[in-house]
Design a protein around this ligand. Structure first.
Ligand SMILES: [Mn+2]
Length: 325
């Protein structure tokens, strides 16, 4: 397993924190409206070097790219697919192995509050479906689940061969929150069985999974067994380590040490199953001095606690000897 730190492409203190925390791998995040021109090889090459200048190996691209035309089968989906393929080709040329993407259209990662009072005056992100239940679109089928499966299959047919050739692994992130629809827009990647179906759509090693623990914890079955079983398929390339309290319709994110997930047991499950991908810590509450407004869930100080906690968990497990880098 390789610990990684997610760093928005603009340099911040977090870039220095990564090295100071002893982390060697970077996940490049770009947020909607702040897209980095990954399709431009020269710009991408400079970005890789920018991370290297901070002692970091850029290993994962987790960009919220505009892919809705592809997801909905719109008229310019092939143009978006071409652009995605160019990005993946660039990744291959630069030796960046993992492309994290998701299949949420129109409404992406969704929280209804970023200011939930948490331990000691910290502020957490959370979701409460009751706030959006009466959305005027709630009963509609603005985008059907069937469409999303069809477009996903189309996407994989076109992109998996390109990723294979480039030596890049696609890693599907679950819907967040994992609900079958949100405000009339269908969602499909919200269950363990959906991820099994995803794997069955293409046997290629390039067709893989991002195990976002906060979401998988809200799906069917036993979380720890699901970690073990999916990691054992060999196709989990990336993991997000998060804790929370609640269920898929109402939850809040917690510090790593005070949510409902047994984090020791979870970490043990990844290592027992021989997880060899990249893992980053996921959302955390914002602490005094953090700017929750900038990138909710990604505040710098909350991260320091989370990463120290993760390193402590790993060091406490004998399985760590099997190789954590
Ligand atoms: Mn995640």
């Amino acid at each position: 397993m390789k610990l990684a730190y997610e760093l928005e492409w603009r340099i911040s203190d977090k870039w220095l924190h990564a090295g100071q925390l002893g982390i060697e791998h970077a996940v490049c995040m770009s947020w909607p409206g702040e897209d980095y021109p990954f399709w431009d090889f020269m710009e991408f090459a400079k970005l890789k070097q920018r991370y290297a200048d901070y002692g970091l190996n850029l290993a994962v691209i987790e960009a919220m790219l505009p892919l809705d035309e592809i997801r909905e089968g719109g008229p310019s989906r092939d143009r978006e697919i071409d652009k995605t393929c160019r990005i993946i080709g660039n990744m291959g040329a630069l030796g960046i192995p993992v492309f994290c993407y998701n299949w949420m259209t129109r409404i992406g990662w969704l929280r209804t509050s970023f200011r939930i009072p948490a331990r000691g005056g910290s502020e957490a992100c959370g979701f409460d479906e009751s706030l959006i239940r009466n959305s005027p679109d709630a009963g509609d089928s603005l985008v059907s689940r069937d469409t999303l499966w069809e477009t996903l299959e189309y996407f994989l047919k076109k992109v998996v061969p390109v990723a294979e050739k480039a030596g890049v692994r696609l890693a599907m992130h679950p819907d967040d929150p994992p609900l079958p629809s949100v405000a009339g827009v269908g969602r499909i990647m919200g269950s363990v069985s959906a991820f099994e179906r995803l794997l069955s759509l293409s046997d290629s090693e390039a067709n893989g999974i991002t195990f976002c623990q906060g979401n998988f914890a809200l799906m069917e079955g036993d979380l720890y067994e699901n970690i073990h079983r999916l990691v054992k398929t060999g196709r989990v390339y990336f993991a997000h380590f998060r804790n929370l309290r609640g269920d898929a319709r109402k939850f809040e994110e917690t510090f790593h040490d005070n949510g409902q997930i047994d984090m020791h047991r979870a970490m043990k499950a990844y290592l027992d199953a021989g997880f060899d991908g990249y893992m980053r810590c996921d959302h955390v509450p914002a602490m005094a001095g953090d700017d929750q407004g900038a990138y909710p869930g990604y505040a710098a100080l909350g991260k320091l606690f989370a990463i120290g906690y993760m390193k402590g968990l790993i060091d406490g497990l004998p399985q760590a000897e099997r190789g954590v880098r």
